[in-house]
Design a protein around this ligand. Sequence first.
Ligand SMILES: Nc1ncnc2c1ncn2[C@@H]1O[C@H](COP(=O)(O)OP(=O)(O)OP(=O)(O)O)[C@@H](O)[C@H]1O
Ligand SMILES: [Mg+2]
Length: 301
Amino acid sequence: MQRPIASIDDVQQMLAAQSYVCGRPLATVLFLALRLGRPLFLEGEAGTGKTEIAKAIAAALGRRLIRLQCYEGLDAASAVYEWNFAAQMVAIRAAEASGDADRLRGDLFGPEFLIERPLLQAMRPQDGGAPVLLIDEIDRTDEPFEAFLLEALSDFQVTIPELGTVRAPEPPIVILTSNRTREVHDALKRRCLYHWVDYPDFAREIEILHARAPEASEVLSREVVAFVQRLRGEDLFKKPGVAETIDWAKCLLALDVLTLSPEVISDTLGAILKYQDDIARLQGMEAKRLLDEARRSLEPV
Ligand SMILES: Nc1ncnc2c1ncn2[C@@H]1O[C@H](COP(=O)(O)OP(=O)(O)OP(=O)(O)O)[C@@H](O)[C@H]1O
Ligand SMILES: [Mg+2]
C-alpha cells in the first residue's frame, strides 16, 4: 500500500522513484491537485514531460492509468461509451434462429454489450483506488467536446439512458495536457489547477538525462544538454524538447561517441530536429558555432 502523500517533498520523491525529475513549482501544484482533488491542467511545449507525468504518478501511486487521447472529431461515443453494435447483431441473429427474439429485447442494452471508453472506465475504481485519468492533448479537440468534458469533470458521473447513472465513488486523479495549438476555454481551465511546463534549465535537464540515460558519461551529458539548450535559443521551426535530448544522447551512445564534434552533430541532427529547414540551417557552420558556444558555457567538470 502506498504511504500517504503528506508534503511537496513526498511528491518529488515519489516521482524521482519513477525517474521523473520534478521541480518545486510542478511538485507544488501536483501536491495541491492531489490534496484538493482538483484536475491539473498542464500546458507547454512538445516533449517537456507533460504526458509522462501522468504515467509517473499512476505508477508511483499504484493506480491504473486511463488515457483519453484527444483528436479532432473526438466525440462522446469514443470518449465515454458506445454499444457494441456488432455483438448486438450477432445476439439478435442467434435469438431469431432459436425463436427467442422476444426474450432478448431487454438484454440487448445490458452491460455485456457496453463498450466502456476512457471516461466511463475512469469512474470505476480498482483495488488501488481511483485511477489516474490522462486527457492528453485537449487542444486537439473541438469546443463542443470541451464543453462536454467540462460537464463530465464537474460531477464525475455518466448517465447511460438504458442502464442508469454511473457515479465515481471516488473521483479520478485527472491530468489534462495541451500543446497550446489553440487556447482552451477559460471555463475548463477554471476548474483546474494550472501549470506551464517549460523547458528545463541546464541543471535540471542534466538531472533528467541522468535519470533517463544513465549510461551517458558526465562529459557527453553536459555537452549534449549545453548544445540542445543553445539550439533552443535559435530561431527554429520546431525546438527540441527533453524527449529529443534523451533520444539524441541514446543515439550518440549507440554510435560510441565520447564527445561532440560538428561532424557527429551533422550526422545525428535527425534525432533532435524534425524539420528539414531546421536541419539544413544547422548543418555545417551553424553546428560548429553552437558547439563552440555550448563548450564555452560549460565549466570544467
Ligand atoms: N522531468 C522529466 N523527468 C524525466 N523524464 C522526462 C522529464 N521530462 C521529459 N522527460 C522525458 O521526455 C519524454 C517525453 O515526454 P512527454 O512525452 O511526457 O512529453 P510531452 O510534454 O507530453 O510532449 P508532447 O507535447 O509532444 O506530447 C518522456 O518519455 C520522458 O522520458
Ligand atoms: Mg504528450
